[in-house]
Design a protein around this ligand. Structure first.
Ligand SMILES: *Cc1c(COP(=O)(O)O)cnc(C)c1O
Length: 451
């Protein structure tokens, strides 16, 4: 497939017919990549399978803009799936990285940068008394689950349909993100006995939660939840749901693990926890994305008495050759230090402007849609009516999204290539970038309507 032929976006100069003709340099790179890498990509959603067409190989990023291998420029509304909260090549982050690499970049010993980043996380997120750094969100959730099992001496984990916690075996059950995009119920290679250790509940359903604890409570180590779901599109917890999670887990001696890999330091200084207020205190929290500033750094942390079970203090093993890497932690710390009140206010107003304009454009063309929010994170569902569960999220017109996506791409706006992902903005999204997005929206809405 190539770009959508019905596209009437501004700047469209006719749609080439041959595969990859719209992006010849990217197409050539994809051909090379496919010869050596499955699907040509190192993470499935990058392959554009949900929207068709040639995935764009990017060669540079500056502020709010990406440039692809064909020299075309795009306003970036993916922001590396969240981490680039300051935009690309933010001067303070570049300076921190350069100052660090000048002194070496991996020692396999403790070093000060990792202490400073841990201090910043602990200072921002009050329930985090102790934190351990890892290299990916997947490692963070995997380790938090192991720790919860080690602490409680129980095996079962409760998760919610449509929530994505990385590609941890036992959590690849009814997950969102790439799994939602590919419409796989599950992953091959996960032993059934491992999947059986995970109980999947509908999101935002307190009755289902209470029922599962009534039946299996003494065996449940933890409930893991996306603090606000962002991997099936944006679906915030219903009023009272997070409180119910805390009440029910506490009553049964299970831990509450709040996965803030996406929301952490994105929706407020302290993530979703800081956004919602201090009344719901998870036992463990996981972080990634923003806290690495575009480098591989992630973390899990929480109650000191639980974290004390980790090696070398306690019996729960956890380790990493590159954990706390000096460059990644320098980039992460520089990023967090620039995430101040003004930045969060900017993210809020820019995302509101873009979402309102997207909604108005779709409305004008009669395209069914719904915008949902978690702080400044939002996504556009191509359906009518509130999205509360994964079933709701899946019930949308993904073909209309695909036409919309390609018209935006053609007009120089890089959206997430899936209807199940949040849109992200950054501190570098200035008036020029926003106006470029706004100018592209009416044509994209026309393309969406032309199904
Ligand atoms: C991205 C994400 C993960 C996985 O993080 P990786 O760094 O991709 O392994 C886990 N949980 C949530 C909520 C995420 O958004």
């Amino acid at each position: 497939m190539t770009s959508d032929p019905t596209s009437t976006a501004p700047g469209t100069s006719g749609t080439p017919g041959a595969p990859g003709a719209d992006a010849p340099a990217s197409a050539a790179l994809l051909a090379r990549a496919r010869a050596v890498t499955p699907g040509g990509v190192n993470s499935p959603v990058r392959a554009f399978r949900a929207v068709g067409g040639t995935p764009r190989f990017m060669v540079s990023g500056e502020g709010a803009w990406l440039t692809d291998a064909d020299g075309r420029r795009y306003v970036d509304l993916v922001c590396s799936w969240g981490p680039m909260i300051l935009g690309h090549r933010h001067p303070q982050v570049v300076a921190a990285v350069e100052a660090t690499t000048a002194r070496g970049y991996s020692f396999g010993t403790p070093s000060e940068n990792e202490v400073a980043l841990a201090e910043e996380i602990v200072a921002r997120v009050e329930p985090v008394e102790q934190v351990r750094l890892v290299s990916s969100g997947t490692e963070a959730t995997m380790s938090a689950i192991r720790l919860a099992r080690g602490f409680t001496g129980r095996s079962l984990v409760v998760k919610f349909a449509g929530h994505y916690h990385g590609h941890v075996d036992s959590l690849l059950v009814s997950a969102g993100s790439g799994i939602a995009t590919l419409a796989l119920p599950d992953s091959a290679g996960v032993p059934p006995e491992m999947a059986a250790e995970t109980l999947v509940l509908p999101y935002n359903d307190v009755d289902a939660l209470e029922a599962v604890f009534a039946a299996r409570g003494p065996d449940i180590a933890c409930v893991i939840t996306e603090a606000a779901a962002g991997n099936m599109g944006v679906v915030p917890p219903a009023p009272g749901f997070t409180e119910a999670l805390r009440r029910v887990t506490a009553a049964h001696g299970a831990l509450l693990v709040s996965d803030e890999v996406m929301t952490g330091f994105r929706v407020s200084r302290a993530g979703w926890w800081g956004h919602e207020g201090a009344d719901v205190r998870p036992d463990l929290l996981t972080f990634g994305k923003v806290m690495g500033g575009g480098f591989p750094a992630a973390a899990f942390g929480g109650r000191a008495d639980v974290m004390a079970l980790l090696a070398p203090e306690g019996p729960v093993y956890q380790a990493g050759t590159l954990s706390g890497n000096p460059v990644a932690t320098a980039a992460g710390l520089a990023t967090l230090l620039a995430c101040d009140d003004a930045l969060y206010a900017h993210l809020g107003s820019v995302s509101r402007t873009i979402a309102d304009a997207a909604s108005a454009a779709l409305e004008a063309e009669g395209v069914a849609h719904r915008v949902q929010w978690a702080g400044s994170m939002f996504s556009v569902f191509f359906r009518e009516g509130e999205v509360v569960t994964y079933d709701d999220a899946r019930d949308q017109d993904t073909a209309a999204f695909g036409r919309f996506f390609h018209a935006m791409l053609e007009a120089g706006v890089y959206l997430p290539p899936s209807a199940f992902e949040s849109w992200f903005v950054s501190g570098a999204h200035d008036d020029r970038a926003v106006e470029h997005v706004l100018a592209a929206l009416p044509g994209a809405a026309r393309a969406a309507a032309a199904g």
